[in-house]
Write a protein that binds this ligand. Structure first.
Ligand SMILES: C[S@@+](CC[C@H](N)C(=O)[O-])C[C@H]1O[C@@H](n2cnc3c(N)ncnc32)[C@H](O)[C@@H]1O
Length: 193
């Protein structure tokens, strides 16, 4: 990253922290958001091995984890560069789950995972780092594992990293619509080839 990118990245992290402190992201728990979490749960059921280990990149305060509800998983690690969101996630004491304060740009997994989820977080990775970060994380996805990506609206400049990636095969791709105008998410599930 050049110095300007580094500055924007630093400023973005500060903004996320402030917003988690102010409670702005409590909206993620609203009903209108529920279906996109449910779709991720459905993809996990359909494509992840039984009782998977899950890596949730940009996990925020752990809403996906809460929304998994009765879905059985052996372990989940949520990673986020907002210390405030991680603190809030840790306070929930969710079963089989850990949360780590770390920038995905510097995150080094200590194990492989059966599912890796970019739930509304991939577009925040600086463009110059997207390929490297994605490849590095894919090296920590088990052969039978699934990569799940959720992106708000069209996600310009994002989907090509998955759809045009010769190392990935698309298993599913769906648009999750809501009753609110211009509020929809696209969610893709991928396996390594
Ligand atoms: C829109 S929120 C989504 C939160 C959560 N995935 C959800 O959908 O409930 C985006 C999250 O990505 C995190 N994030 C953005 N860039 C990141 C980075 N470089 N490393 C780790 N987390 C990052 C933010 O702190 C924020 O919590």
């Amino acid at each position: 990253m050049n110095i300007l990118d580094k500055f924007h990245h630093w400023r973005r992290r500060r903004r996320w922290n402030k917003q988690y402190k102010s409670g702005r992201w409590k909206s993620l728990k609203s009903d209108i958001e529920a279906d996109r979490y449910l779709k991720i749960k459905k993809d996990l059921r359909a494509f992840a091995p039984e009782n998977p280990s899950i890596l949730d990149i940009g996990c925020g305060d752990g809403v996906l984890n809460e929304r998994l509800g009765d879905y059985p998983f052996s372990y989940s690690l949520g990673v986020d560069f907002s210390s405030e969101s991680i603190k809030q996630a840790q306070e929930k004491n969710l079963p089989n789950s850990e949360f780590e304060h770390c920038d995905v740009l510097h995150f080094v997994p200590k194990r492989t995972f059966d599912a890796i989820v970019f739930n509304e977080s991939f577009y925040y990775i600086p463009d110059t780092e997207k390929t490297r970060v994605l490849q590095f994380l894919l090296d920590h996805l088990s052969a039978e594992g699934v990569l799940i990506v959720s992106i708000f609206r069209e996600g310009p400049g994002c989907w090509e990293y998955f759809k045009e990636n010769p190392k990935l095969k698309e298993l599913d791709f769906e648009t999750i619509k809501t009753s609110k105008e211009m509020t929809y998410w696209k969610i893709g599930a991928y396996r390594k080839v």
